[in-house]
Design a protein around this ligand. Sequence first.
Ligand SMILES: [Zn+2]
Length: 159
Amino acid sequence: MPGKTQVAAQPGWYTLDPEPALLGSRCGRCGTVAFPKEQAFCRNPACDGTDFAEVELSRRGRIWSYTDARYQPPTPYVAADPYVPFALAAVELAAEKMVVMGQVASGIDAGDIHIGDEVELVLEPLYEDEEHVYLIWKWRPLVAGILKDVSEQLVRAVD
Ligand SMILES: [Zn+2]
C-alpha cells in the first residue's frame, strides 16, 4: 500500500507502529485500569475517583475465552465491511487484571487457538480510502502466528 498514510481506525484507542499498544486509563485514586479509557467515573464501584491518566496497556496477554464471530459484533468493535467472519478473543492482561476483546489476527481461525495461549497486540488494515489505511488492533497468538509465518515462507520457497 505505497503512498498511503497508516492511521488508527479508532484514534486515541492505541498507539501505532513499531510497538503498538492499547491506550487505557488509570484511576488516580485507586489505580483501576480501564479500556476503552474512562473519562468521568471510575469503573471500581467502591471508588469515587474522577482523575484519570492515560496508560499503555501490556502488549501481551493470554486467551481467556474466544468465539467464532459469525455475526457482526456490537459497537465499539469495528468489523470489516462486507462482514467477514473472524475469531474474537477475550485476552487477559495479567498486570492490569483486566480482559480486552479483540479480533484474532487474520489468517488464524478459532480452530488454531486455545484458552491460555499467549497472544501479542498487532495492528492490521481494517479498510482504506484514497489517502489512508485505517488500522485496527488484533490479537495474534505467538505460536499459531509463528507457524503461519513458517508455512507461508515454505509456500514461497516452493513457488
Ligand atoms: Zn478508582
